[in-house]
Design a protein around this ligand. Structure first.
Ligand code: BMP
Length: 233
């Protein structure tokens, strides 16, 4: 998932078009710096430039009425998903989920050091509660793969494997390596500066995607050889 935190519309639209034809499974996350510099219209403009899923990362953390209002504006502009904070409370999460405007992704733990102090003590409760409400996705930090592993195990589902997807920022610019989160249970890794500040963003996105894939394949190979080793015993 490419984080669009650049600050001008032309670069965002260009990169959205480039990624549309990129080899891999990509999505676009529109962040506040881009939105503040260009207005909410940037969501519609990126929508027109690409078929990729668009996530509006407003990190919404307001009262239920206002959180729902902001989410509605983002969905109406063309966002497929919005990111809201879970720590504000389940009444907020429920209000946004009940809009049924698109996917709802909730922040559980973050990549920066302050998250350990403030979010970690309540993250187990948060992930169980948002999971019970039925959010579509959660944010867990690629910078702490052990937390991705632990918290992903708490996502509940009646039918075995949870359908809630996990997105994990922190790749490259914040120190995590491509694949660190995915091999620990995440579904998407979020990459911002390493892509949009590179000389050739499309190639860089494809290269990072391949790196993640090869780590996954290596892991699956290991699991497979352990299993067949076990079968022979
Ligand atoms: P970068 O790869 O340039 O560090 O960007 C990371 C992106 O992920 C930014 O858009 C940031 O807002 C977001 N993010 C994060 O870095 N940590 C979190 O815990 C949650 C985020 O959404």
């Amino acid at each position: 998932m490419a984080a669009f935190d650049m600050e001008d519309a032309a670069s965002a639209i260009w990169l959205a078009e480039e990624l549309n034809g990129a080899k891999g499974n990509f999505a676009i996350k529109i962040g506040r710096p881009l939105e503040m510099q260009t207005g909410k219209e940037i969501i519609s403009k990126v929508r027109d430039a690409t078929d990729l899923p668009i996530v509006y990362d407003g990190k919404i953390a307001d009262i239920p009425y206002i959180s729902a209002k902001i989410s509605e504006i983002a969905y109406d502009a063309g966002a497929d998903a919005v990111i809201i904070h879970a720590f504000v409370g389940m009444d907020v999460v429920r209000e946004v989920v009940n809009l049924r405007g698109g996917d709802v992704i909730t922040v559980i733990e973050m990549t920066h050091p302050g998250s350990v102090e403030c979010l970690e003590p309540m993250s187990e409760t948060l992930i169980r509660n948002v999971s019970a409400i039925g959010v579509d996705g959660v944010v867990l930090p690629a910078t702490r793969p052990d937390r991705v592993k632990h918290l992903s195990g708490l996502l509940s589902c009646d039918c075995g494997e949870s359908e809630t997807y996990i997105i994990s920022p922190g790749i490259h610019a914040q120190g995590a390596a491509p694949g660190d989160a995915i091999v620990n249970g995440s579904d998407y890794e979020v990459v911002g500066r390493a892509i949009y500040q590179s000389d050739d963003p499309k190639s860089e996105a494809e290269r990072i995607y391949q790196e993640v894939l090869s780590r996954l394949e290596k892991l699956e190979g290991l699991v497979e050889s352990e299993r067949s080793g076990g079968d022979r015993k």
